[in-house]
Design a protein around this ligand. Sequence first.
Ligand SMILES: O=C(O)c1cc(=O)[nH]c(=O)n1[C@@H]1O[C@H](COP(=O)(O)O)[C@@H](O)[C@H]1O
Length: 235
Amino acid sequence: MKPLDPRDRLIIALDVADRAAAEKLVEAIGDAAVFYKIGMELAYSDGGLALAPRLAGAGKKVFLDLKLHDIPNTVERATAQVARLGATFLTVHAYPQTMQAAVAGANGSELSILGVTVLTSFDDEDLIEAGYRFGVVETVRRRAEQARALGVQGLVASAAEAGPVREALGPDMILVTPGIRPAGGDVGDQKRVATPGRAIRDGADYLVVGRPIVQAADPRAAALRIVAEIAAATP
Ligand SMILES: O=C(O)c1cc(=O)[nH]c(=O)n1[C@@H]1O[C@H](COP(=O)(O)O)[C@@H](O)[C@H]1O
């Protein structure tokens, strides 16, 4: 289950407005990557969600980043629907009720559930502002422990706290880290970022990269550079 080839560890976020733009990007990336994330922007566009079975049928891996969060009955039934789309990963917010329901909904399918711990655009102050009792590292660690106890397959967290998260998860759970920026890259709205090399060295299994590839003048070259950095950091 864990990726061995550096190329398999890069997940490219197809954060584009429509299916045609996404197809064009996948075509341009070619064999530089195999794993693609369909997030809210593309999923809610006309035919965006239908791209998941299309890509899976073409031999790509698909991460459906729908960040489900609702009452357990709704999450379980929605997850069972998503499980028919051929995706490898589905995100839900890492609340215990939500994670438990998603695991039940995916039961018996190929779909793995990833709990989104604390968004990488949040820092300690943002959590306090939102009414949380703990800062980022403690909140992520607690959610990691809850996810593990509930049999969730993996977590999404920033590479900035990958070390303590990996400790809480143990070696087998999947750790996916967005907020990846090549050294000196524009951070944008992200607050907890790390370079590809650091994320891998600190225990990430997969890196999610959007704008540094999607908005690059040459997305394939940008993807190849990140895969090379992953390879250089892989023991
Ligand atoms: O669930 C995610 O993938 C996610 C979680 C998180 O905490 N932070 C985060 O940035 N993401 C996603 O990862 C991608 C990061 O995009 P870039 O900042 O452009 O590389 C986006 O598609 C986000 O929706």
